[in-house]
Design a protein. Structure first.
Lengths: 673, 216
C-alpha cells in the first residue's frame, strides 16, 4: 500500500481543490499525491526520524506506526510550521493577500522598547510595581525572562531596584515590617468605614436609616403581585417544582426568598419538588428545610422527605440537563437525591401546578426560560438577586408563561409581611412537650404523648369504619398517572387510638418465598419499587376494592402495593409485647427483618391519602408562616442602606480627589508648555 | 499529518455533523403531532421523531455526570501527588475531603458542615468582593479622568442612590429607574441577542466542521 492507493481525486480536481480555500469539511479530505513541497512531505521525514530511534519503537510494525493517534492538541507553532511548508499557490486567499501586503510594505525602522511603550508612564504608577516580598500575598516566582521585563519596566518608570533575595534577613520579622505601608492607609480607611456601616445596625440601635420595604407588592413591571397570588392560591396536594439554582455565595441574599416561598408552600399544604443543576445546592436546600423545621419544632412535627417535600437528583449537563428534565420528567422525578424512588408518578411538567426558579445568575434564568418554560404549560415564577435582575428581566417580559419575578431581600421582606398579615387569624397549634431534636437529619423520635398535630386534627386517627373511602380532593391528585385510574382504597378495621403511641398497627408479613415484588400501583404492569424478602413486615394502609392488593407503607414513607396472597395480615399490638414495638413499629420474630416506622409521626402528619377522609383545612399549618423568625431582617435592610450610602460617599470622595488631581496636573502641564 | 490521521479527523467530523443534524431535526420536528396531522399515526410518528434528541440529550447528561466523578478523581490524584512533596494546602485539601466524607457517614448523613463552613466562607468572599468593588469605584478617575470616566461614575452613583430607600432621594430614584428601564434594559437585551446569535453561529460552525471543539 502506498500513497497512490489513496488517490481519490484526479490531477485536475486536486489542483483546483488545492487552490480553493480549504474551509469546512473540505479541509478534512485527504490530500494525496503531494510529494513535492506539500504538508505530506513532512510526514515521511517525521516518520523516518521516528524510525531511526532505537529501542522498542523499531519493533512496532510500520502500519501501526502510521496509524498512531492524532495529536491531542494543535499548537500555534505546529500551524505556523505547516503554513510555512505549504507552497505559496496552496495558501488561502486571505493568507495570500496578507503575504502580498506584508511584502509590499516598506522596511520599518526598528523601534526600541522604550519608544514603543511611550505612554507607559501614564499607565503604571510607582507604588504598584515596587516589589514587596512577604505581606499578605506571597511573592511571585518569576522566570529569568520575566525578571528582565520587570527590570525594564522598573527602569522606565523609575521604580526602586529589586532587592536581592540574599540581602533579605530576619524572615518573618522583615515580612512583618512590610505588612503595612502608607499607600495602604486609604484602602484600610475605606474598608473600616464600610465595615462600620455594615455592622452598626447589628450592634447598636439608632442607626436605622431610610424606609423599610412596603408591606405590599406594587403591581409593577415585575408582576410580583401576580406571582404571590399564584403561590397563595395553592391548595392541598398541589405540587410545586422549586428550582434551587444558587450556590453558597448567594445564600445570604437568596436564602430569605427560598425560606418564605417554602414556608408559604408548606403552609398551604402543598408539596415542593426541589431540583437543581448544582449538586451542592441540593444539599443546601436540605439545610434550608431543616432550618424551617427547627423554627416550627415547638408546635409541629417534622417534615417528612418524599412526603411533604421531595429532593430530586441533581440535573447534570447544564442547559442540556434542563432539556432532559423537560423531555424525561417522568424518569427524573422518580429518583431522589439519595438515589431512592420518590414514588411520584408524574409523566410531564404540565402536571406541576406551578414552577418557581430561585436563581443566582441571569444565565440560569435564561437556561430555564429556554429549556423548560417553553416546554410546558405550567406557570413559571422567577426569583433572583439584584445582580442578575437586569439580564433576567427581559425573559420575564418575553415569556408569557413567566408570570412574575421576586428580587432580593427587599421582596423577601415584603413577601413575609404579606404572609404574616394573611395568616394572622390562624391560631398556632399547642406547644409540644417534646419537640424532638430539631435536627434535620437525625432519626425521628417518637413522642411519648399525643402529638399536638394529632390531637388538633382528628383525621389523624384512623376511623374504625371498614369501608370508608377517601373523599376526592378538589384538585386532581398528581401522583396518579393520567391514563391509570386511582385505585379504590378500602380502609381496614383499626381500633381508634387514645394516643398516637398506642395505636394497634395493621401489618402485612410476607409469607411467600422471596423476593416478592412491591409495585407502585395495584397491578402487575406497574413499576416495581422494591423487593421484599420472606418475613418482611410492612404497615398496612388499606387494600383495593376486591382485596387482591394490599396498600403498604415502605420504610422511607412511600406508599406501595403488594399482592395479598403473598402476605399474611394481622394487627400488631403497640404495647411493646408480641408483634409490636413501643413506638408503634412492627416487630418481627427471631430471624426476621424488622422494618421500623414511626406511626406516631405518620399519624401526626395526617399525610397518607388513606386517612384524609376529612383533610386538614388550608391554614392548619400556619405555624410555618407564623413562627418565622424575622428579627434580623430589618437590621439587614438597615445595613444594606447604610452600606450603600457609605459606598456612594467613598466613590464620590475618591473620584473628586482624583479628578481634582488630574485637573491640577493638566494645568501645570499647560503652564509648563 | 498522515493519511490515517486525516481520515480520523474526517471521520470524527462526519460523526459530529451527523449527530448534530439528527439532534437538531429531532428537536425541531419531534413531539409536534400537529405537523403530521394528515397522517393516521401522527402522535406515534412525532414521538419517534423526538427519540433521537431524547437519547442524545440523555447521553450528554450522563456523560456530564461522569465527568464530575473524573474531576474529583483527578483532583485527588493531583493533590495526593503534591502531598508527597509536602505541599501544605494540598494536605489541608485532602484532610478536608476526608473529614467531610467521614462526617457525612458517621453522623448519618449530616450536612451541617456545608452550612457551618462552606456557606460562611463563600459569603465572606462575596462580601470582600463588595469592598473591592467600592475601592475600585473610588479610583475610576485615577486612571481615566475624562468625560467617559465621569459619565461612568455619575451613572454608578445615581443607580446606587436609587436603591437607597430615603424619601428625599425621590428624584434620584426616578432617574435611576429610567436608567434601569431604558439604557440598561436595552444593553441587557443587546447582550442577550448577541449571546443568541453567537450560539447560532457556533452551532453552525460546529455542524459545518469549522469549529472542532470535539478535538477531531
Amino acid at each position: 500500500m502506498n500513497d497512490d492507493d489513496f488517490n481519490w481525486l484526479p490531477q485536475e480536481e486536486e489542483q483546483e481543490a488545492a487552490q480553493q480555500s480549504r474551509r469546512g469539511l473540505f479541509r478534512f479530505l485527504p490530500r494525496f499525491r503531494r510529494g513535492r513541497g506539500g504538508a505530506a512531505a513532512s510526514a515521511p521525514s517525521e516518520e523516518s526520524s521516528l524510525s531511526g530511534r532505537r529501542g522498542l519503537f523499531r519493533l512496532i510494525p510500520r502500519f501501526l506506526r502510521r496509524a498512531r493517534s492524532a495529536p491531542t492538541e494543535a499548537t500555534a507553532a505546529d500551524l505556523a510550521l505547516e503554513m510555512g511548508e505549504r507552497p505559496v499557490e496552496q495558501l488561502d486567499d486571505r493568507l495570500l493577500a496578507l503575504r502580498e501586503r506584508a511584502q509590499s510594505r516598506p522596511e520599518q525602522e526598528t523601534v526600541s522598547p522604550r519608544e514603543a511603550l511611550y505612554d507607559v508612564d501614564d499607565v503604571l504608577v510607582r507604588p504598584e510595581i515596587i516589589h514587596r516580598p512577604g505581606g499578605v500575598i506571597s511573592p511571585l516566582a518569576l522566570s529569568k525572562a520575566q525578571q528582565e521585563q520587570v527590570e525594564l519596566l522598573r527602569d522606565m518608570v523609575g521604580g526602586t531596584a529589586l532587592p536581592d533575595d540574599s540581602q533579605s534577613e530576619g524572615g518573618l520579622l522583615s515580612r512583618g515590617k512590610r505588612l503595612f505601608s502608607l499607600g495602604a492607609i486609604p484602602h484600610l480607611l475605606v474598608s473600616i468605614l464600610m465595615l462600620l456601616a455594615l455592622a452598626l445596625p447589628f450592634v447598636a440601635t439608632g442607626f436605622s436609616e431610610g424606609e423599610l420595604p412596603p408591606l405590599a407588592f406594587h403591581e409593577d413591571r415585575h408582576g410580583t403581585t401576580t406571582a404571590f397570588n399564584m403561590l397563595d392560591n395553592l391548595t392541598l396536594d398541589d405540587y410545586v417544582l422549586l428550582a434551587f439554582e444558587y450556590g453558597p455565595t448567594a445564600a445570604g441574599e437568596l436564602d430569605e426568598l427560598a425560606d418564605v416561598i417554602l414556608r408559604h408552600i408548606f403552609a398551604q399544604g402543598s408539596k415542593a419538588i426541589i431540583v437543581s443543576s448544582n449538586p451542592i445546592t441540593i444539599v443546601h436546600a436540605r439545610n434550608v428545610i431543616a432550618a424551617i423545621e427547627r423554627s416550627v419544632a415547638p408546635v409541629s412535627t417534622r417534615l417528612v422527605e418524599n412526603q411533604d417535600y421531595y429532593l430530586l437528583r441533581f440535573l447534570s449537563g447544564g442547559a442540556l440537563g434542563l432539556r432532559d428534565l423537560s423531555r424525561n420528567f417522568g424518569s427524573i422525578v422518580n429518583t431522589s437525591a439519595r438515589g431512592m424512588p420518590t414514588g411520584l408518578g408524574f409523566t410531564s411538567l404540565d402536571e406541576m401546578t406551578l414552577m418557581v426558579l430561585i436563581a443566582e445568575r441571569a444565565e440560569d434564568v435564561r437556561h430555564w426560560a429556554e429549556q423548560v418554560a417553553t416546554e410546558t404549560d405550567s406557570d413559571f415564577i422567577a426569583a433572583t438577586g439584584y445582580a442578575a435582575q437586569p439580564l433576567a428581566e427581559p425573559y420575564v417580559y418575553a415569556h408569557e408563561d413567566i408570570v412574575g419575578m421576586f428580587i432580593g431581600v427587599r421582596d423577601a421582606y415584603t413577601y413575609n409581611q404579606i404572609l404574616q398579615a394573611n395568616y394572622a387569624d390562624y391560631e398556632l397549634p399547642p406547644r409540644r412537650e417534646d419537640p424532638g431534636t430539631g435536627d434535620g437529619e437525625s432519626a425521628p423520635t417518637p413522642s411519648p404523648t399525643p402529638t399536638a398535630t394529632a390531637t388538633a386534627t382528628p383525621t389523624a386517627t384512623p376511623t374504625p369504619t371498614a369501608t370508608e373511602t377517601p373523599q376526592p380532593q378538589a384538585t386532581p391528585t398528581p401522583t396518579a398517572t393520567p391514563t391509570e385510574p386511582e385505585p379504590e382504597l378500602v380502609q381496614l378495621a383499626v381500633a381508634p387510638a387514645a394516643t398516637a403511641t398506642q395505636i394497634p398497627s395493621p401489618v402485612a408479613e410476607v409469607i411467600a418465598q422471596g423476593p416478592v415484588n412491591i409495585r407502585r400501583r395495584p397491578n402487575t404492569a406497574s413499576d416495581i419499587l422494591a423487593l421484599a424478602a420472606t418475613g418482611d413486615i410492612f404497615p398496612v394502609l388499606g387494600e383495593n376494592g376486591d382485596g387482591s392488593w394490599i396498600n403498604i407503607l415502605l420504610p422511607d414513607g412511600i406508599e406501595a402495593w403488594i399482592a395479598s396472597f403473598l402476605v399474611e395480615q394481622y394487627i400488631a399490638p403497640a404495647d411493646g409485647t408480641g408483634g409490636g414495638a413501643p413506638d408503634g413499629s412492627a416487630r418481627a420474630g427471631d430471624g426476621q427483618t424488622v422494618l421500623q416506622f414511626d406511626f406516631s409521626l405518620r399519624l401526626g402528619k395526617t399525610r397518607p391519602r388513606f386517612y384524609q377522609a376529612n383533610p386538614p383545612a388550608q391554614g392548619d399549618r400556619a405555624e410555618f408562616v407564623l413562627l418565622r423568625d424575622g428579627r434580623q431582617e430589618e437590621q439587614r435592610l438597615d445595613a444594606m442602606t447604610l452600606g450603600t450610602i457609605a459606598a456612594v460617599l467613598v466613590i464620590v470622595a475618591g473620584n473628586v480627589f482624583y479628578m481634582m488631581r488630574a485637573l491640577t496636573r493638566r494645568r501645570r502641564a499647560s503652564q509648563g508648555n | 499529518m498522515s493519511r490515517t490521521q486525516r481520515l480520523g479527523i474526517a471521520f470524527s467530523a462526519f460523526i459530529a455533523f451527523a449527530v448534530g443534524v439528527i439532534t437538531t431535526l429531532s428537536l425541531l420536528l419531534g413531539d409536534r403531532p400537529e405537523l403530521y396531522a394528515e397522517f393516521a399515526g401522527a402522535p406515534a410518528f412525532a414521538r419517534l421523531m423526538s427519540l433521537p434528541a431524547a437519547i442524545m440529550v440523555r447521553l450528554v447528561a450522563i456523560t456530564s455526570a461522569v465527568t464530575i466523578v473524573i474531576g474529583i478523581s483527578n483532583l485527588l490524584y493531583v493533590h495526593l501527588g503534591r502531598v508527597v512533596r509536602g505541599a501544605f494546602f494540598s494536605i489541608v485539601m485532602i484532610a478536608s475531603f476526608a473529614l467531610t466524607i467521614w462526617w457525612y457517614w458517621s453522623k448519618g448523613g449530616d450536612t451541617s458542615l456545608l452550612a457551618a463552613v462552606q456557606v460562611p466562607i463563600e459569603s465572606a468572599l462575596a462580601a470582600l468582593l463588595f469592598l473591592s468593588m467600592v475601592q475600585g469605584g473610588a479610583r475610576v478617575l485615577n486612571k481615566r479622568a475624562d468625560i467617559w470616566g465621569l459619565l461612568f461614575v455619575t451613572v454608578l452613583v445615581v443607580v446606587l442612590l436609587g436603591t437607597v430607600p430615603i424619601e428625599s432621594l425621590g428624584p434620584v430614584r426616578a432617574w435611576s429607574d429610567w436608567l434601569m428601564e431604558i439604557p440598561v434594559s436595552a444593553g441587557a437585551r443587546a447582550i442577550l441577542l448577541g449571546i443568541a446569535l453567537g450560539t447560532v453561529v457556533t452551532g453552525v460552525r460546529v455542524l459545518l466542521g469549522q469549529d472542532r471543539s470535539y478535538r477531531g
